[in-house]
Design a protein around this ligand. Structure first.
Ligand SMILES: *Cc1c(COP(=O)(O)O)cnc(C)c1O
Length: 383
């Protein structure tokens, strides 16, 4: 069966950039002309524009989302060996930063429906040695910011939000207050890696924070710890967002809401096709959070069939990915933490059971229906 539409892509950056090409070219040319490649005016302009979009938070650009996590932790001045609670099911950067800084990652399991940190597991992992909790808003939906904020405040530990996947998601608190993902904790981090919802054409990242004093510290840390040129108050990083990337991001940022809405429409169409299919669960929604669908991730109830479904979809020209195939505690680099198989059963189960479908703003209704139909038919035949 060959469908009457172009090949389905997991994501389609080239096509997404086509419509913006004149503006992207103009932005590149302007940076070339002015030659202010480092800390040119576009960097601060982009930071201001993103801060405005995120409800008025301070934005400190940096070189990538992993550096943003390092800088966030550096700004807390935690003594070596301090424990940092992180989810057992996440991209490795979330804890790599802590480990490199001599802090001790402590894993907490996630919730099977939302894939995000289980507040009860965080509560159980908190000790007198805990200095921070890093909440990841995985796949585009906020972690339980209400409960995690409360736990962190009560324990007097910092809350860092790894918001690499949920830029633009909004969380509503019990008192009716709303906030953008990344702008709730002491520091938020994000990434402009090309495949993220707001991606540049290379590496890029940023820190978000409400406190102007902490924003100033983060800005200093990201630029060799200097207060002014050649005067270094802190041991910092060389972690700056290139002017070129900032200029490109200024072109792309105004389109983020429309692209987010397009992702949400794709997700709603997948939901309609797959909600009643036996043997798989569509992504659970936390009613307190909007979902910006960095990924649309299914959970198979029978692990044995996950890889078979993936192979079947591939045969029909449908690419899929497994985010993530191995939980943190089974990664060789983190064996020193001393965890064992079985310590984080939900994370382990998810690694065996999840499958992310093609997700990008340019997927057509026909393409989405085709993916849904191929998956549904196979699941019904094989259940
Ligand atoms: C992409 C990502 C990062 C790292 O961002 P980079 O810009 O690639 O360094 C960190 N955490 C999560 C959850 C991510 O998805």
């Amino acid at each position: 069966m060959t469908p009457p539409f172009p090949p389905i892509q997991l994501l389609d950056l080239a096509a997404e950039h086509t419509a913006l090409q004149p503006a992207l070219n103009a932005a590149m040319q302007q940076v070339l002309d002015t030659a202010a490649f480092i800390q040119g005016p576009d960097v601060q302009l982009f930071a201001d524009e993103l801060g405005q979009y995120l409800g008025g938070t301070h934005v400190v650009p940096c070189a990538n989302g992993t550096d943003a996590l390092s800088l966030a932790l550096m700004s807390l001045d935690l003594p070596a060996g301090t424990e940092v609670i992180v989810p057992a099911f996440t991209y490795i950067a979330t804890l790599e930063a802590a480990a490199l800084l001599g802090l001790r990652p402590v894993l907490a399991d996630v919730l099977p429906g939302t894939f995000n940190l289980d507040p009860a597991a965080v509560a159980a992992a908190l000790t007198s040695r805990t200095g921070a909790v890093v909440a990841v808003h995985l796949f585009g939906q906020c972690a339980d910011l209400e409960e995690l904020s409360r736990l962190c405040a009560r324990a007097n530990v910092a809350l860092i939000e790894d918001n690499a996947q949920a830029l633009g998601a909004v969380f509503t608190f019990a008192d009716g207050r709303t906030a953008y993902a990344g702008a709730v904790g002491d520091v938020g981090t994000t990434s402009f890696f090309p495949s993220k919802n707001l991606g540049c054409l290379g590496d890029g990242g940023a820190l978000l924070c409400a406190d102007p004093a902490r924003a100033a510290l983060l800005r200093q840390l990201a630029n060799h710890g200097q207060s002014r040129k050649y005067h270094h108050q802190r041991i910092g990083l060389n972690s700056r967002l290139d002017t070129l990337q900032a200029a490109l991001l200024r072109v792309k940022l105004p389109h983020l809401p429309v692209k987010t809405a397009a992702r949400q429409a794709v997700a709603a169409r997948y939901d309609a096709a797959l909600a009643a299919v036996p043997g798989l669960a569509t992504p659970a929604r936390d009613p307190r959070s909007t979902h910006v669908f960095h990924q649309y991730t299914l959970t198979l109830s029978d692990f044995a069939r996950r890889d078979a479904l993936q192979a079947h979809l591939r045969q029909h020209g449908i690419p899929t990915m497994i985010y993530y195939p191995l939980p943190v505690h089974k990664q060789p680099a983190y064996a020193y933490l001393g965890y064992r198989a079985g310590d984080f059963p939900v994370a382990e189960r998810l690694c065996a059971a999840v499958l992310s479908l093609p997700m990008h703003p340019l997927l057509t209704a026909d393409q989405v229906d085709f993916v849904g139909e191929v998956a549904r038919q196979w699941m019904e035949k094989n259940s």
